[in-house]
Design a protein around this ligand. Structure first.
Ligand code: THU
Length: 138
């Protein structure tokens, strides 16, 4: 991803992070995704008193993009106010894989440290739509 696009994702993620609803964890995250046609969608983590209903920042961004008709994701940025970048949780890795098999995942801190990994590095051997076609080949 080029620098200009990465910066746009960062700005969108920062804005979303400011809207985080995190009264229980106090751990605000922002995410922004780039679709295959160059659109940017952002999301934040939204918690609930029934903790299990919490939605992560990445899935919030992806579900917004899909709701707007986008099915292919090229990049995901995850922004955390931590010393080291954090990586997407397992559920988010699976959802990222559903909509972007060649995705670039940028994990970034508010003070600019970053780690970049591919979707495949984060979730090798992912279960996907083709997995069910091979059910009798086990
Ligand atoms: N969280 C995310 O938004 N994304 C992740 O990939 C990891 C965890 C959120 C959920 C919860 O609001 C807070 O971080 C602490 O788990």
């Amino acid at each position: 991803m080029d620098k200009v696009t990465k910066n746009k994702l960062l700005l969108a993620a920062k804005e979303a992070q400011n809207n985080a609803y995190v009264p229980y964890s106090n751990f605000p995250l922002g995410s922004a995704i780039l679709t295959d046609d160059g659109k940017i969608y952002s999301g934040t983590n939204i918690e609930n008193a029934a903790f299990g209903l919490t939605i992560c920042a990445e899935r919030s961004a992806i579900f917004t993009a899909v709701s707007e008709g986008h099915r292919k994701i090229k990049a995901v940025l995850l922004l955390s106010d931590t010393k080291k970048p954090i990586s997407p949780c397992g559920s988010c890795r699976q959802v990222i894989n559903e909509f972007g098999e060649d995705v670039e995942v940028v994990m970034m801190t508010n003070d600019g440290k970053e780690i970049i990994m591919s979707g495949n590095e984060l979730l090798p051997g992912a279960f996907n739509d083709r997995s069910m076609e091979n059910a009798d080949e086990l």
